[in-house]
Structures are given as structure tokens and as C-alpha cells.
Design a protein around this ligand. Structure first.
Ligand code: BGC
Length: 752
């Protein structure tokens, strides 16, 4: 699984900032590689992300720009983030020959993503089929300082022509509406026109009717090039044409502004045009905007915005360059896929970088990514939790529709908070309809949200949040568990039967240790929150007690559940049984599958894999990680030794290798630490799972932060302050990072 390849990681010496750069210096046209690199080179700012497809296009490219929270309905999976018209398209014709990398000859090729400023650059030397040699340089970014703005600088130099004559150049910058999510089109044109030099396109999503405005200016540094605006409902464009002698260059700049009706504006076109005009009339841009571009001034604010982010979020690793770049790339992903202010949506499993999981939000956010935000960008953590708070009514409806009280969160969530897990999926190869049970019985998402809420309060000290929002989430989710548990009369214990735990390869299981323990923790935190409210905000406490009907009798019942919920664990050894009956299953002889290229579930099938002790992803081990303060080293060790070897690290879920670093570090499994860390940090840079084309593994990015800080640095905070307890993996010499504890910014610099 782990390779020693250095693709995408620029570690060559002599560069200004090599450990901040993701880099490739050759073009591999195989489709899988093309698509995975499109994901890797995504730019974004939390309002939108744009995949790293080429401006000039490439056959079968998965071009996409996805906007935070802009969905459209689909059959079965309910709704998905809608791919909007491509704003990056710039087609180039040289002596009537189209520049494209599948034609002519590539003489030289470089692409890099500079993480310090979120800047994607590409340089290509190309010879056309008829022998004209040109060099192309393009740079683009999604402005982090002004989230509605995307910009591309695209330059062409004619290096030589066969007859030494000037080359005729036509360059056409468009919005291309012919974009879908794979085969499904979501957007259609409402109107299109131009005013002066500004071209605009008004589209809307077909079913959800989100209005989208895109405006474009396209300028060049040459007055001898002519300009035409071509109105079109499909591909409105601005084109420039003229000729370049060998040795001459043309630099163009495409500025795009985007607004949607989700931005709270009635007239999206007017708003976008005003925004665009304001950019162009800024002091540092000449009115004619020939000869002077916006690029440099926008890049300055872009740099500042990213510098601000890195000042708070960067983690310095000395001694392992791959880990360093992979870690920074993970932090970059966490940032570009998250809005800095929108509380109506959260981070999808693939963020805004691809179509995988359709933009749905899972426990990936609360368990894997939230810790990064809680410790580093608490304002964003708060927003992400407010998203869940706002969706309490839907969670209450879900609980009620299943016959329970309180709030039950959906396994997959989008804007409404309704369950959006598809009830079945079509097998990509066989076409067979496979039932998906997760939306019905994978319940632990509810306690994940409660846990993240509690942790946010514990680390940030945001009492206002707990009082106004968090306590209600904690109490409502506890109420759900209290009605969901079943009393087993024979055992006098409470049970939770018929669930799927984090290890999704075992369905319909009873008393999954993770689910039960986390449910208990949820109820405990709710009771503690209520106690806190009674002391610190008695009015709010009374209001919630009344609103949720939390009688003394009910609260006593909650306490009884805490004391008597079944937790399948051997009291002598500390070993958990993942669920009841797990130990009765035979262990899978993994040696028979050496050299496999698929997960055990893929090989054995959904039914057969259930009959073995083989685990998709951390389940018991996730419990010991998420609630790690509750367990001693001996318990961690005995469970690690049992479960680590029976987990499908290579082809199970991508989520947990990096998370495993926390336990591996504590247990001194140094060899495992480096391997597991890189399995997370390089998951997309090296397409380790083969599915990077569908988008980045955002949970993995969050787990990588946890691995470095909660694992390797051993950071722990409590009401008295913080401690670190570094566990140095091979090669690592220094680890420096920042975090916030109860509003105080803390910088830690650990040396081996
Ligand atoms: C994992 C889940 C995860 C989902 C989305 C699944 O394969 O088993 O834990 O939430 O992917 O990333």
C-alpha cells in the first residue's frame, strides 16, 4: 500500500519553499491518473472548489466546480452537490490548430500547487502537429480573501514557427454550461448577456432552483489583439485574436465572480456585476485594464489570507519531508473545503473536490475533522456544530418516525437534515441493486455529534455556545439513546440491538461496544451539561427541562442506563468484544489473500465477510482513541494486539490508518506509526486507495492532524492547561504547532 514514490511531493533542494509544494513534472495521460491528479490539484476557498482540470480541456476530464451547500435533487441518493458551469475554460488555437495535451508533442511540462498561497501553476512547452512551438504558463487561484472570486493568468509565447513567420493566435475564454456530475446535468441557463466588457451568465439548478451568477472579464497585455464578446446560452465567451512573431508573448487574465441565491441576495447578477466592477475599479487597476491586471493585487490579498491561516494552522515537522508535505496538504484540504462563515452546511466526505458520496456529510466531520477545527480554528468548529444544532428539528423527526424520543441524526446529511443515505446502490460492475442499511441502523453518528459538541466546549471554553446550543444537542441526543436502549429482562441490562458499528462489514449486530459506550458517554455528557446549566444559567436549564420534559424520574432513568448499559468487555483482561458474538466467528486466514488488490468485503462479498473476524476499520480501536482518557494503557494494549491484526488496513476504510497513530504512539509501536501516518498523509497525493478521482479523503486529512498532535506530540488539555508527551517516530526530530485553549493561543515547539 505504501510506496516510496515521491510523486506530487516536491522535496528537491534549492527551491524557495520545497516543503510547501505539491508538484509534478511530467504528464501522465492514463485516465485514472488524470482524474486523480485533477483531485489533487483542486483549488478552493470554502465557498467553492475547482478541480485541477486543464483550462484548454482534455478528453474525458472530470471538470468540476462545486459550491458549499449548492445541491440539486437526484434519484435514490436524494440530493448531491451540483457541478456548475466551468469557469476555467480557455481554448487556444495556434494557426487554427487547437492546443491540447492529447495532440502535438509535449516538450516540457510542470505543474505545482503552492500551499503557502493556494496557487496552482502550470508550464508547458508544446509543439503543434504542424510544428509551431509554444510555451504556456497558467496560474490560478480561488481567492481566500474574497471568496466570490476566481482568477486565471494564462500566457502564451510563440517559441518558433516552421517558416519563422508570425503565428495566428485565437484564444477564447468561456463559461461552459455543458458540465454535469458524471452524466447528470444539474444546471440550465436562465439568461446571458454582456454589459460593456463584462460578460455574465445566469443559471439555475434544475430542481432545487438555486440561482447562480457568474461574471467574467478577460483582458490581455497587447493592444494589437482584437477582442470579441460572443453571447451564448451554452458557452458564452470572450475571444482575443491577433498574431505573435516567434519570441513574442501574450498574457491574458480571466477574472470571474460568482454568487448564488444562497448568498442572501435577490438579484444575483446585479450583485456579481457590482462586485466585479468594484474589483476592476480598485485604485491599483487602470480603467482600461489593458496593460495592468488584477492578478498581482488579488494575489497579495490571497497570500495574506493564506499566511494568516498558516500562522494558526501550520505544523512544522523536521526529519520527514514526505510527512511534512502530506501534513500541510491535509491542512490545505481541511481549509479549502470548509466555509469560514456558513452554518447551513458542513464538510462532506470528499469536501468540494469530487463527486464521491455526493457532498453528503457523515461522522467523518465530527470524529475525524472537528478536532482540528476545535483546537486550531474554533470559530469554524462552532459553525460546523451550529449546522447540527440547526438541524435538530429534522433529527427529532427522524427519531419520532422510528418510534423514539429526542434527536436522532441521519447517517448521511445534507441541507435539510433528512436522512440522505441512499437505501440502495447499483453495483458499478454488475449493475446489481445492493441494499444499504446504514441510514437505518448505523446509529453512532448521533453520539459522535454529541461527543464533538462536548469536546468543543471542553477545549474552547465557549460557555455561550454550550448554553445557547450545545446543551440542547446533548440533551436531545441523550433523550434519543434513553428511548432507543432496550431493557433485557434476563440480564437486567440495557442493550442496543440491530445496529451497524463503525466496522460496516458486520450488519445487524447487537451491543456493538462502540455504539453502546458512545451512547453512554452521550448521556453522561448531557447530564453534566445540565448540571453546569443549573449552576451557570438556571433560566436556560429550566427552559430546557421544560421543553424536553426532563422530569426527575427520566433523569434517574438516564443514570440507570449509564450504570447498566451492556458494554461487552472482559473485566479481567479489558478486552472488548466488538459486538456480541464477534468472538464466536472464525478468524479469517489472511495469508490466503496475499497480493490481493481489493478489500476482504470486495473479495468475499457482503454476506460472507460478515461471518469472519475481519474488520473494515477501527471500531473498538476507535472507541479507545475517541474516548482515550477513559482507558489505561493495559486496556489499550490488549485491544490493539487483538484488533490491529484483524483490520483491513490496506483496502478497508481510508479513515482509520492515521487515527490509529494515536494508540500506536502511546503503545510505542514506532514502526507502525510512520507507516500509518503516511497512509493518511499521502492517501490522495499518491492515490493510495485508488479512488482519489472521486475526491479527497477529508476525514483522513482530519485524522492526519490528530495523528500529529494528539498522537505524536501527545497533546492533552484539561481545565488546568495543557501537556505534551511526544512519541517520536523514526526520523522525526522536531514538531512545532499552534492551538487554542479556552481562547488563549499557544505555540508549542518540541525537539527530540
Ligand atoms: C466508512 C464510513 C465513512 C464513509 C464516508 C465509509 O466507507 O466506513 O465510516 O463515514 O465511508 O467517508
Amino acid at each position: 500500500m505504501l510506496t516510496s514514490k515521491t510523486e506530487n511531493i516536491h522535496t528537491s533542494e534549492g527551491e524557495t519553499a520545497p516543503l510547501w509544494t505539491v508538484y509534478e513534472d511530467s504528464f501522465d495521460p492514463t485516465l485514472k491518473k488524470l482524474h486523480s491528479q485533477e483531485t489533487v490539484y483542486t483549488i478552493g476557498n470554502g465557498y467553492f472548489c475547482t478541480r485541477g482540470t486543464f483550462e484548454e480541456g482534455y478528453p474525458r476530464a472530470d471538470t468540476a466546480t462545486l459550491l458549499y451547500g449548492v445541491f440539486d435533487q437526484v434519484p435514490i441518493a436524494k440530493e448531491e452537490l451540483a457541478n456548475i458551469p466551468d469557469w476555467t475554460e480557455i481554448k487556444l488555437f495556434v494557426n487554427d490548430e487547437r492546443f491540447r495535451l492529447d495532440r502535438g508533442t509535449i516538450l516540457d511540462y510542470h505543474r505545482s500547487l503552492d500551499l503557502t498561497q493556494g496557487l496552482l501553476s502550470r508550464s508547458v512547452s508544446w509543439e503543434s502537429p504542424n510544428g509551431v512551438r509554444i510555451s504556456i504558463n497558467s496560474q490560478r487561484f480561488a481567492s481566500l480573501a474574497d471568496e466570490h472570486v476566481g482568477i486565471i493568468r494564462f500566457s502564451i509565447t510563440v517559441d518558433s514557427t516552421p517558416d519563422d513567420q508570425p503565428a495566428e493566435i485565437l484564444i477564447r475564454s468561456s463559461f461552459n454550461t455543458a458540465q454535469g456530475n458524471y452524466n447528470l446535468m444539474h444546471v440550465e441557463t436562465v439568461d446571458q448577456a454582456h454589459t460593456d466588457d463584462l460578460l455574465w451568465l445566469h443559471t439555475e439548478t434544475k430542481r432545487s432552483l438555486v440561482q447562480l451568477a457568474q461574471t467574467m472579464s478577460f483582458t490581455s497585455d497587447r493592444t494589437d489583439f482584437r477582442k470579441e464578446i460572443l453571447d451564448s446560452d451554452i458557452s458564452p465567451s470572450i475571444r482575443l485574436y491577433g498574431s505573435l512573431k516567434p519570441g513574442e508573448s501574450l498574457t491574458t487574465e480571466k477574472v470571474v465572480v460568482m454568487y448564488t441565491s444562497r448568498d442572501g441576495t435577490d438579484d444575483v447578477i446585479r450583485t456579481a456585476l457590482e462586485h466585479h466592477r468594484a474589483l476592476l475599479s480598485a485604485d491599483n487597476v487602470s480603467q482600461s485594464y489593458n496593460g495592468q491586471f488584477l492578478f498581482e493585487s488579488l494575489l497579495t490579498t490571497q497570500r495574506e489570507a493564506w499566511a494568516h491561516f498558516w500562522q494558526e494552522a501550520d505544523i512544522l515537522v523536521e526529519g520527514d519531508d514526505k510527512a511534512q508535505v502530506g501534513l500541510r496538504y491535509s491542512l490545505y484540504q481541511l481549509r479549502i473545503n470548509t466555509s469560514s462563515h456558513d452554518t447551513r452546511y458542513s464538510i462532506a466526505a470528499k469536501g468540494l473536490t469530487g463527486f464521491g458520496y455526493r457532498g453528503h456529510v457523515f461522522h467523518d466531520t465530527e470524529i475525524f475533522m472537528l478536532p482540528f477545527f476545535t483546537y486550531v480554528l474554533p470559530d469554524i468548529a462552532r459553525n460546523l456544530l451550529l449546522y447540527r444544532y440547526h438541524l435538530l428539528p429534522a433529527a427529532r423527526k427522524k427519531a419520532a418516525s422510528n418510534g423514539y424520543e429526542g434527536a436522532q441524526y441521519p447517517w448521511e446529511s445534507t441541507l435539510s437534515g433528512d436522512e440522505t443515505t441512499p437505501p440502495s446502490i447499483i453495483h458499478p460492475e454488475t449493475g446489481e441493486l445492493i441494499p444499504v442499511l446504514n441510514g437505518f441502523i448505523e446509529l453512532h453518528i448521533t453520539s459522535s455529534i454529541a461527543h464533538a459538541t462536548w469536546e468543543y466546549w471542553r477545549v474552547s471554553g465557549d460557555d455561550d455556545f454550550l448554553q445557547e446550543y450545545g446543551a440542547e444537542v446533548l440533551l436531545s441526543t441523550a433523550q434519543y439513546w434513553a428511548s432507543r436502549v432496550e431493557k433485557n429482562p434476563e440480564r437486567t441490562e440495557y442493550e442496543i440491538t440491530n445496529v451497524i458499528g463503525p466496522d460496516e462489514w458486520h450488519e445487524h449486530v447487537n451491543n456493538n461496544a462502540y455504539t453502546n459506550y458512545m451512547a453512554r458517554n452521550n448521556i453522561q455528557c448531557a447530564l453534566q451539561a445540565l448540571d453546569w446549566l443549573k449552576t451557570n444559567s438556571p433560566t436556560k436549564a429550566r427552559q430546557l427541562v421544560q421543553q424536553l420534559n426532563l422530569t426527575d424520574e427520566r433523569l434517574a432513568y438516564w443514570q440507570d442506563i449509564i450504570e447498566h448499559i451492556r458494554i461487552p468487555q472482559n473485566p479481567e483482561t479489558g478486552l472488548f468484544e466488538q459486538f456480541e458474538g464477534f468472538f464466536d466467528l472464525p478468524k479469517l486466514d489472511q495469508s490466503k489473500f496475499e497480493g490481493r488488490k481489493d478489500s476482504y468485503q470486495g473479495i468475499l462479498g457482503v454476506e460472507v465477510v460478515q461471518r469472519y473476524q475481519i474488520v473494515k476499520q477501527a471500531d473498538v480501536l476507535m472507541l479507545l482513541t475517541v474516548l482515550e482518557r477513559e482507558f489505561d494503557l493495559k486496556t489499550k494494549e490488549v485491544n490493539w494486539d487483538y484488533y490491529y491484526p484483524i483490520t483491513d488496513h490496506a483496502y478497508g476504510s481510508s479513515l482509520t490508518p492515521a487515527l490509529h497513530v494515536i494508540l500506536a504512539s502511546q503503545l510505542g509501536r514506532t514502526a507502525d506509526v510512520v507507516k500509518l501516518f503516511l497512509a493518511g498523509a499521502l492517501v490522495d497525493l499518491e492515490n493510495l486507495r485508488g479512488n482519489t478521482p472521486e475526491g479527497v479523503h477529508a476525514a483522513c486529512a482530519g485524522a492526519v492532524w490528530q495523528a500529529a498532535i494528539l498522537g505524536i506530540a501527545g497533546l492533552r488539555v484539561d481545565e488546568h492547561g495543557y501537556t505534551t508527551n511526544p512519541h517520536w517516530p523514526d526520523g522525526w526530530k522536531r514538531l512545532a504547532f499552534s492551538f487554542k485553549h479556552k481562547g488563549e493561543a499557544i505555540h508549542v515547539d518540541l525537539h527530540r
